[in-house]
Design a protein around this ligand. Sequence first.
Ligand SMILES: CC(=O)N[C@H]1[C@@H](OP(=O)(O)OP(=O)(O)OC[C@H]2O[C@@H](n3ccc(=O)[nH]c3=O)[C@H](O)[C@@H]2O)O[C@H](CO)[C@@H](O)[C@@H]1O
Length: 440
Amino acid sequence: MRCRHGPAPEATFPHRFIPQGTRETRVATSTVFCVVGTRPEAIKMAPVVRALRRRRNLTVRLLLTGQHRDLLHDALADFGLRGDLDLDLMRPDQGLSGLAARILDGIDPVLATARPAMVLAQGDTTTVMAAAIACFHRRIPFGHVEAGLRTGDLGQPFPEEFNRIVAGRAATLNFAPTEGARLALLREGVAPDSIHVTGNTVIDALLAVARSRPPLPPGLPRNGRLALLTLHRRESFGAPAERVLQAVRRLCEAVPDLHVLYPVHPNPQVRDRAHALLGGHPQVTLAGPLRYPELVAALQACTLVLTDSGGLQEEAPALGKPVLVLREVTERPEAVALGVARLVGTDPDRILAEATRLLVSPADHAAMARGVSPYGDGRAADRIAALVAAAVRPRPRPRRDRAAPPFHGSVPQPAAETAASPAAQPSLPPAAFARGATAP
Ligand SMILES: CC(=O)N[C@H]1[C@@H](OP(=O)(O)OP(=O)(O)OC[C@H]2O[C@@H](n3ccc(=O)[nH]c3=O)[C@H](O)[C@@H]2O)O[C@H](CO)[C@@H](O)[C@@H]1O
């Protein structure tokens, strides 16, 4: 274990965790762990960590698996956060099973010693799946943020669809971003009272950063129109990525005032082909991964988004940007149904036709650039924090000197304590999604 920012925490961990309800804290607190492994998890968990930390009765610890390294730390830093403990588990060329095994092995002793009142993880990475299983084994309540996303195909996205199913089944609290996600969980037999529709926390992160008017990444032309391209999914590696990159070349020829910003994912399988096919093209900027504020600035400035990313399918509609989804299926059908995203796959002719249409026809562009967000209103994290606080509220400690109550011949049963009391259910009504949130 090591910490990359600040003093190494292993010398004191977990003994410096404040136990529940001691004199040190004066207020009875419950410890909540947030487990994060990759950049998108950091972005989407950051608003949750911050909302939980605003609650006086919670002690929040950020546990990093290090599934991504620098990308993860940068993304946390963009929200003023850093990990309390970094398991630093990623090894070069590590396979999924090796990673899962290392995460399980790394998290388990931490859970066993610290016994948090609840563990939260976001999304569908190997980190999330392993955290859910580790909690299940230790009988520690697990909360799944962004629960219920499904394509219905275990191979797409791989391995995320499987990871989501495991996390949803293990969770005692499922925070579904949309009504559709809630229904998907119900279809799988997930307990209805574990599910709360909160919106997606990525919209909280996006709107907070967008409000600060972040600067664009350097080196982009001042004139013309900008398209933002990202491509990193495992299913896109090889021939599909090749087809998309060819389509982008042809799109640049067809639309001479277009400039494409492509922050290339560091995965060598994508990076090498991107540089071979688009490197040196005058209408293309191949950048490294962008810091989140730069990415948000690019989203604000662009005319069109081409992506296979999950997060960008959620973010682009919230800022009124048409998004062409470079995949065959999506677990985010809401934007497609609203007409603000279109599933175009990786056929170069189709990509070229759809993108050109949006760039030459203002009416077609306007129809997709409506600024409605089916994924939330920017307040998902507050809802999640309220539900977590209600679920982990410590029971009042019996006073040692209090006389035992009189015995009346039967033992009173304690009231069932659940997270699902009406006061603890600030779920978003389904109607809120139809209205959507408008970008600042
Ligand atoms: C298809 C799929 O299974 N996607 C999953 C994947 O994320 P996803 O596919 O969204 O992962 P990405 O690596 O594309 O990351 C997306 C996030 O990173 C930001 N960004 C992107 C490029 C860049 O250069 N800089 C930058 O900051 C985007 O704005 C977005 O917020 O893991 C997420 C976290 O568990 C899940 O929520 C998603 O469901």
